[in-house]
Design a protein. Structure first.
Length: 92
């Protein structure tokens, strides 16, 4: 799968949740990489070791993981996400 196709499939899945229907005009829904970067930072805050984060993120080496962690300054709003049964396994 190409990265373009993956991004297309992610956008389709994200948009199918309808969570972003009421987003204000000056904001955009999160991209896959924004969510992934937030996951990196959340894992660090939760106490995971860099080697564990590297494995989860499929980085080729620890230096790459450290670079991503150092660059994480994404501002975000905490939200509660609840997946209803109908949202899991649906067609995107």
């Amino acid at each position: 799968m190409t990265k373009e196709r993956f991004a297309e499939q992610f956008r389709a899945a994200r948009n199918a949740t309808n969570i972003w229907n009421d987003i204000s005009e000056n904001k955009t829904p999160p991209t896959f990489h924004e969510i992934r970067s937030l996951a990196d930072a959340t894992e660090t805050t939760a106490g995971y070791q860099t080697s564990q984060i590297q494995l989860a993120m499929a980085h080729s080496d620890e230096a790459q993981t450290l670079q991503y962690l150092a660059e994480h300054e994404l501002k975000h709003d905490a939200v509660e996400v609840v997946l209803a049964e109908g949202m899991i396994g649906g067609k995107f």
